[in-house]
Design a protein around this ligand. Structure first.
Ligand code: PLP
Length: 393
């Protein structure tokens, strides 16, 4: 008897696969079959993991640090994370009860939502958003409430827009600065204005994804939302990790810091899901955090050059309105209306012209696309040339 396809759960069937990972696979398939394609899709640094970090992992493995670790992470890593917050953000956390290490920032966010949300609870997300926030909310049965931010506001949420979206079912407000994909960086004053609204609704918590914290341009510094006030620190779960700042995407180390009740709930969930994450990767992350922002500073100089190159090349194309990013490693670009056939998406249109980008619909912004600048200057030169040519025709 033929075996029928095993049905997906209702929740899994309702969400798309991560669009950026799906596009990356499409790029690999086209390149594997000999297609001529410049890929500007990738969301990971093209730099190597620092050698001293690799060395720390090798030494840990040789020392026999190859066993289960505590569910919330090794004592050494939780202490290093607490030190990082005290040193870089001026906020203190108890490493025993307020910090949890996870298998990437993505898993930390998944755990936070799974551990705290019930069906029909609402999560406020600002577009353009990192692709996974609405999907993760949906995967746990909650409802993402999307508010579009505007380029003329620098893609910073306005306090009145936030307040208008709050209902009695709102549980989380998600903030992500420096932002993927827009590159917006919120200032302390802008955070304070949002905090004044959040203070009025004591049952709401803030999830602040600060994974691009160390990647800022033009001398800008990205504050932590937890540093706004002790009251906001008590209401905020900060998400961060080593993937972007230390070129460690494959090591899968992210972390959450915040209120004891949330960390306890996440830790309970994680005890049944993954347990403590890779022991060797945790040893590597201790070495990485010990380097502070020095490693990222070198990458930032290269990203800034690439950003300027992309902005310069795209300025020649009157169909496009690129936004100058102040952080993260992407350039978000608006396509003016009626410049491509209505039947195609921007990303598909550009794919037909030999360049792969991520379509704005993935971020809740149709009519836009995202270029990654975490690729070499040669790829950016030829990618931008192809983009401009595509819009000339
Ligand atoms: N948050 C944002 C805004 C991201 O862009 C990414 C990765 O692209 C992540 C979280 C996931 O990071 P990690 O590799 O630690 O899971």
């Amino acid at each position: 008897m033929a075996i029928q396809e095993f049905p997906q759960s209702r929740l899994v069937a309702a969400v798309p696969s991560s669009p950026s990972l799906a596009t990356a696979q499409r790029v690999r398939d086209i390149q594997a079959s000999g297609g001529d394609l410049v890929s500007l899709t990738i969301g990971e640094p093209d730099f190597p993991t620092p050698p001293e970090v690799v060395e720390a992992a090798l030494s840990a493995a040789r020392r026999g640090e190859t066993r289960y670790t505590p569910v919330t992470g090794t004592v050494a890593l939780r202490s290093a994370i607490a030190d990082k917050f005290a040193r870089e953000n001026g906020v203190t956390y108890d490493p025993t009860s307020q910090i949890l290490v996870a298998t990437g920032a993505k898993q930390a966010i998944y755990s936070a939502f799974t551990a705290t949300l019930d069906p029909s609870d609402e999560v406020i997300v600002f577009a353009p958003y990192w692709v996974s926030y609405p999907s993760i909310a949906q995967l746990v049965g909650a409802r993402p409430v999307v508010i579009s931010t505007k380029p003329e506001h620098g893609f910073i949420p306005q306090p009145e827009e936030l307040e208008a979206a709050i209902t009695s079912r709102t549980r989380w407000v998600v903030l992500n600065f420096p932002n993927n994909p827009s590159g917006a960086v919120a200032s302390l004053a802008q955070y304070t204005a949002l905090a004044e609204i959040i203070e009025r609704y004591p049952t709401i918590r803030v999830l602040s994804d600060e994974i691009y914290e160390h990647i800022c341009y033009d001398g800008v510094a990205a504050p932590s939302f937890a540093s706004v006030s002790p009251q906001m620190q008590a209401r905020t779960l900060v998400i961060n990790g080593v993937s972007k700042a230390y070129a460690m995407t494959g090591w899968r180390i992210g972390y959450a810091a915040g209120p004891r009740d949330i960390i306890t709930a996440m830790s309970k969930l994680q005890s049944h899901m993954t347990g403590g994450t890779s022991a060797v990767s945790q040893a590597a992350a201790v070495a990485a955090l010990g380097m502070g922002s020095s490693y990222a500073a070198k990458q930032v100089a290269a990203y800034e050059r690439r950003r300027n190159l992309v902005l310069d090349r795209l300025a020649a194309c009157d169909a496009l309105r690129p936004v100058k990013p102040r952080g993260a490693f992407y350039v978000f670009v608006q396509v003016l209306p009626n410049r491509i056939p209505a039947t195609t998406s921007v990303a598909d249109y550009l794919l037909d012209h030999g360049v792969a980008v991520i379509d704005g619909t993935a971020f809740g912004s149709p009519g836009w696309f995202r270029i990654s600048i975490a690729v070499g200057e040669d790829a950016l030169e030829s990618g931008c040339a192809r983009i401009c040519k595509a819009f000339e025709s």
